[in-house]
Design a binder for this molecule. Structure first.
Ligand code: NAP
Ligand code: MG
Length: 403
């Protein structure tokens, strides 16, 4: 069989620990036998980030802007314990944070559904994708604890030096707390465009919700920016695609989500997205079955798994033990990136390969061959728990038949 040829390179961001091991296995067992894989490789493993003073992360984000599609392996975000472990010069920032800021991107997380693993909400027969606005609000807040006798005011000074004041609360007789939040119109607009573009890409409805009835200026601004951008730039495209933009109050949204069958994108403000993405991920069963894609407002895509580097499995791997680590989310990061590359470069055979690889992966699990984490959840009668590599080999047996 002739290998599938690529045109534009894919930006490949390698990572750390167990997912770095899985990364190589995926390429060796499932990709390079079928594709003449063309990537621009960036090693975002912590060792190399430290060697390059994290320049490699910036370079990889620049390359992503240039080529438009990247696939990323999970990476360590250093904490105190990692300083001696990797002999770090500095506690380098989260690569995901750096890349997200450079691309001004929004993260979309989608569960992969398989027969045999029923969501805790059994009516969720289709995936719910969560889009989280990753800027501002309580994550960039200023807060104070104040003593009795304090008067708290909101004060702004405009470009001409004029002050505007508004009383927050007069703590005349008791102690208390206050908090200052902000967001930027531009950031909200980028978020809105990333959401509308992604909805068109996925041909799915998009929901957005805030608490605009209570927060008449702050949350209402989110609602207005979304509506304005939708009406001016997306309404016709949505009509043509037969999809909808649906706005409602956040509490109404939560009630509707629980009663729904899934199959749409749910755009959330920063805090709602933080909380709801954990709720949705847990309800669908497993973090190891959650894919993630960072989308910039101008349509640049970076695919990855939602989980981390699976450190505990890696330490077992280093001791020579065989692990049963789930590679599905990392695999789907590759298929997502290859499909998008194929779409942009008009390579239907590359897109078909991505479809087939996903099909083979799901088929493998639905035929009962799976890693330990899924075996613990699956209700299939004849389950067979396999190790990390054996799973990929089992996927390849099915992939070969589909190709
Ligand atoms: P984690 O790597 O997601 O793993 C947490 C636990 O979840 C694992 O110990 C494992 O449970 C289970 N798990 C996660 N993914 C799995 C998979 N593919 N297959 C089987 N089990 C899986 O989170 P963490 O241990 O908190 O973080 C480890 C490192 O990852 C940290 O350095 C963190 O900075 C980094 N991280 C990176 C990203 C990213 O690059 N996007 C995201 C999150 C965290 P059992 O041990 O019980 O089997
Ligand atoms: Mg959270």
């Amino acid at each position: 069989m002739e290998k599938i040829q690529m045109k534009t390179p894919l930006v490949e961001m390698d990572g750390d620990e167990m997912t770095r091991i899985i990364w190589k296995m995926i390429k060796d067992i499932l990709l390079t036998p079928y594709i003449d894989l063309k990537t621009e490789y960036y090693d975002l493993g912590l060792v190399h980030r430290n060697e390059t003073n994290d320049q490699v992360t910036i370079d990889s984000a620049e390359a992503t802007k240039k080529y438009g599609v990247a696939v990323k392996c999970a990476t360590i975000t250093p904490n105190a314990a990692r300083m001696p472990e990797y002999n770090l010069k500095e506690m380098w920032k989260s690569p995901n944070g750096t890349i997200r800021a450079m691309l001004d991107g929004t993260v979309f997380r989608t569960p992969i559904l398989v027969n045999g693993i029923t969501p805790y909400i059994p009516t969720w027969t289709k995936p719910i994708t969560i889009a989280r606005h990753a800027y501002g609000d309580v994550y960039k807040n200023v807060e104070m604890q104040v003593k009795a006798g304090t008067k708290a005011e909101l004060v702004t000074t405009d470009a001409d030096g004029n002050e505007t004041r508004e009383l927050i609360y007069d703590f005349a007789a008791e102690d208390g707390i206050i908090q200052g939040l902000h967001n930027r119109d531009k950031s909200i607009a980028s978020f809105a465009r990333a959401c509308f573009n992604y909805a068109l890409d996925m041909k799915q409805d998009i929901w957005f919700a805030t608490k605009d009835t209570i927060s008449k200026k702050y949350d209402h601004r989110f609602k207005d920016i979304f509506q304005e951008i939708f009406d001016n730039e997306y309404k016709e495209k949505f009509d043509a695609a037969g999809i909808e933009y649906f706005y409602t109050l956040i509490d109404d949204a939560v009630a509707r989500v629980v009663r729904s069958n899934g199959g749409y994108i749910w755009a959330c403000k920063n805090y709602d997205g933080d909380v709801m993405s954990d709720m949705v991920a847990t309800a669908y069963g497993s973090l190891a079955m959650m894919t993630s894609v960072l989308v910039s407002p101008d349509g640049i895509y970076e695919y990855e798994a939602a989980h981390g580097t699976v450190q505990r499995h890696y330490y077992r791997h280093l001791k020579g033990e065989k692990t049963s680590t789930n590679s599905v989310a990392t695999l789907f990061a590759w298929t997502g990136a290859l499909r998008k590359r194929g779409e942009l470069d008009e390579l239907p055979e590359l897109m078909r390969f991505a479809d087939n690889l996903e099909k083979a992966t799901i088929q493998t699990i639905e035929e009962g061959v799976m890693t330990g984490d899924l075996a613990a959840l699956s209700t299939l009668p004849n389950k067979q728990t396999v190790d990390t590599e054996a799973f990929l080999v089992a996927v390849n047996e099915r992939l070969a038949k589909l190709m």
